[in-house]
Design a protein around this ligand. Sequence first.
Ligand code: SAM
Length: 227
Amino acid sequence: MPDEIPLPPPRLRMGGAHFASDEDFVAGGVRDVRLLAEVAGLQRDSRLLDWGCGAGRLAIGVKHEWGHVADYHGVDVQKKLVRWARNHLADDHTRFTLVDQHNDRYNPDGKTKRRIPADDGSVDVLYSYSVFSHMLTDDVAGYAQVMARVLAPEGRIWLTCFVEDGVPDCVENPQDYLKLDWRGPLHCVRFDREFFESLMAAAGLRVDRFEHGQETDGQSMYVLAHA
Ligand SMILES: C[S@@+](CC[C@H](N)C(=O)[O-])C[C@H]1O[C@@H](n2cnc3c(N)ncnc32)[C@H](O)[C@@H]1O
């Protein structure tokens, strides 16, 4: 692996113990780039939007795997993370945007208007790892609409979230779920699978692929496309 690609200090890494070590952090990003290539059509000439990018774990994966894609755009609400990413990872093909949208867990004083800073139809692959796992129904439904708007006609959305069959539509910090101790605002938001997919359908998105429970802490993976 190239040594010169910087890594954020552990205090700026999202994902807790899963991405705490340098090896796991880099391996997670590289693995996701390969997966995006395999199931979401990511190529070197893609326009890739990393919504909820944290300190740029996927950007680091892109740099390790391919050097760059045509346009990597990381977007997040946390100033310290975006500032680190911009200072250490930005280049001609890699950029980061700080947005000030509201999230009770990550940016409680932010604006309630839902916004993803991308032109309509301009994103080939929209990656969103563990972002809907920290949002309630109104935001998931609203952001799905925004995602659909910015997605290119043949584009794909790759995301993770907590979904199960036969559970209440939406529960914040469900007790005795996956044997983890969920605490604080929006630590874990779990959806009923059918209900979640109805929100995606209402936004004009169809499920291209679904894998249950294999991602961090038992999240599931979706690949979505225009219906
Ligand atoms: C669990 S972290 C995952 C970080 C990164 N995707 C990863 O896998 O390493 C969720 C991220 O979503 C960001 N986030 C939450 N609401 C957001 C919003 N409305 N717009 C952009 N980012 C948001 C948080 O600030 C946080 O960095």
